[in-house]
Write a protein that binds this ligand. Sequence first.
Ligand code: HEC
Ligand code: HEC
Length: 232
Amino acid sequence: MRGRDFVAFSILAVQSLVFVPRGVGAEGAASNPSPASWESSVAAAQPVVGLEARPDSGRARYAVCAECHLANGLGDPGGTMPKLAGQHRSVLIKQMLDIRSGRRSNPLMLPYVRSLPDEQAVADVAAYLAALPPVGGNGRGPGEDLLRGRQLYQRHCASCHGAGGEGDAAAFTPAIRGQHYRYVVRQLIDIAGARRGNAHPGMVAAIESFSARDVASVADFVSRLRDEDDRE
Ligand code: HEC
Ligand code: HEC
């Protein structure tokens, strides 16, 4: 990683460590995404999902991304970088387009995703990443509150993300099984507090009354769900 990027990387890592949730969502949120903004970002992603999937072209495009996301797309167990390998192509496309357009806040990554020349390049990188195996040790939580995590997951998450955390490609719902614990915690806090920018309004409603303990336990549970190919 180049020096300049490492500075930004460190700042981000520190920010994600020092923010302590107190009743997630209690922070003065700017605004949460409306159903209309969800519909419009899906409408922007849908035609790109329909483009030809060319993983070989995507591999070359991914070189600039690997500096942060690593060549294997597995991110880091500390959760600064999410696991991208094996994520649904549709989800990867929507997230890249949302970040590119500023709907999802990610100033660190913005210049890189904007350097992709066109929508075909976005579709190609997504096809490459979706085909990478999502295997290997991911960051997990402390493992002390998993019963609560399971109950919360079944009640508030499984209807959208699936019983095994496999997500739903057609509904642009991410696979979250085996995702790094700290990344999941950060997304839940950012989504509840309207800091991520994009989100599904139904998910915001599902988590807005979550306590810090709820967030930690459900994220820990999610981090321990496994992809069927992930035997470690
Ligand atoms: C300078 C570091 C950096 C570079 C380079 C970078 N990213 Fe990222 N990317 C991040 C960070 C950090 C996040 C997570 C942000 C957060 O916590 O919300 C992220 C998130 C993502 C996500 C969303 C993942 C999810 O699960 O929602 C996708 C997709 C992604 N990056 C793809 C790419 C692609 C493709 C490239 C190359 C064109 C790229 N990134 C280059 C730092 C980077
Ligand atoms: C109403 C459906 C719905 C519910 C309920 C829901 N989610 Fe989500 N979730 C989504 C969708 C759709 C996205 C992608 C949002 C986007 O594109 O901006 C998402 C995004 C996420 C992300 C970010 C993934 C990434 O790769 O960045 C995490 C983590 C997550 N959800 C975890 C959960 C957990 C844990 C619960 C239960 C406490 C939950 N969700 C409840 C639909 C839902």
